[in-house]
Design a protein around this ligand. Sequence first.
Ligand code: FAD
Length: 485
Amino acid sequence: MPPPRTPVPPESLGLARIEPRHVAALRAAAGDEAVLDDPERLEPYARDETEALRFPPDVVVRPASVEQVEAVLRLAHAERLPVVPRGGGTGLSGGALPVCGGIVLALERLDRIRVIDERDLVAEVEVGVTTAALQDAVEARGLFYPPDPSSRESCQLGGNLAEDAAGPRSLRYGTTRRWVLGVEAVLADGRRIRAGGRNRKDATGYALAQLLVGSEGTLAVLTAATLALIARPAATLTLVLPFGRLEDAAAAVERILSAGYDVAACELMEEAALAAVARVETLPPPLVGSAAMLLIELHGRDPEALLEDAAGVESVAHDAGSGDAMVADDAAGQQRLWRVRRKIGEAVKGISPYKEADTVVPRSRLAELVRAARRAAERQGLTAICYGHAGDGNLHVNLLRGELPDELWRARRDAAEEELFREVLSLGGRITGEHGVGWVQRRFLPLALGPAELELSLALKRAFDPRGILNPGKIFPDPGAEGSR
Ligand SMILES: Cc1cc2nc3c(=O)[nH]c(=O)nc-3n(C[C@H](O)[C@H](O)[C@H](O)COP(=O)(O)OP(=O)(O)OC[C@H]3O[C@@H](n4cnc5c(N)ncnc54)[C@H](O)[C@@H]3O)c2cc1C
């Protein structure tokens, strides 16, 4: 078990520590069974999927209704108690970790799909529903909710909204924000709001619902969302393109996507990422033996037409240096390939402690990003493994610790990461494409935002959460800084 790191003292942010009387008041607000304060039961809420971090909360509250969420926030606001909203705990930027202690507000019991409306093509869902549960429910009716983070079985829609989660298919369909028509949320002081609605267009004042998407639990607690749906694609096809060099695979992406085919996903996997999966399960043959692979999904109406498109994509890829494609047009074959892709994150984690940089650049700069990642890692004597959503210019660069002692690892990791992010920004990129700033990226925020944008962001935080109780210590670089209270 990794040792707990020194948490941010709540007093340094003008917040209070939890006392027994607060726990009693929380029990009164949300019911006895909703409140956990036994250390053993707090433990699962001390981590998410971000490296080896552990910050135990003082108390966990698992409300079963929106009224209970309101009551908890009214109390926390009055008493200046830290509140960290939590979904499935699959986050990769430490967003759900209670770095000041306080209350973890676990929304997992708000897990009803309230409505699936087949006429308006919308779903109204509570935030504790997992992404996979919503997708399965709408697909059973011939409908489709496209955002597909690889953690879809365990992440929840609240976490997806709070991180503006994406995934392979955001290339074709956009990130979560694009699908949010409206939200129900509870403000820091316990007032409930509804922003947006179920309309496909809405120019009524500021787009508050979209602002809350991606706000990482720092502006309000989301309790439900109205999401747009579409008809399920009639035909899908997956093809694998092998490349002799990682850079060539990266450079090919732009050419393939400019060729006019309906590409829903375009993922890059380097050999070392696939080798990590091969340690735990046998890879399907097409995924063995090349320095890098592109995994491409095509969507359309007609299976025959998709096969023709696949031949077209293969021909463009050939010109860009690929070997022969392998095509899977049946559901089982496609699932086998995608299963491997979805396993990579967890498998890389199994090799060694690591630090992931969620880099994103304009697509035309992808090959330069791959070179920059290699350079930054090599300069510090580290190994980097790259994979991810190449079609969106979004690569997860994993720096591996290997056998390095703690202090050396930290110094080299920090240096490599800073060099990499500076390069990313000089390529016109950003410091996170989909995992959010959270706790672990916050020191890089001032590299990406100018002073005016930073001040404006802090002003928004103050407007929504004047006492700074919601997810304190996140996003902004210095948790104790004046503006973040
Ligand atoms: C194996 C694996 C694969 C992944 N693949 C992808 C991928 O392809 N694409 C991608 O984008 N991400 C991916 N992720 C990251 C992660 O799954 C997403 O960020 C996901 O959206 C987090 O959802 P969660 O429910 O687990 O949120 P949590 O980790 O519980 O919380 C994440 C953040 O959301 C806030 N939050 C949670 N619920 C609420 C709420 N109701 N109201 C307000 N704030 C809230 C938390 O405070 C925290 O800041 C992956 C993670 C893993 C482990």
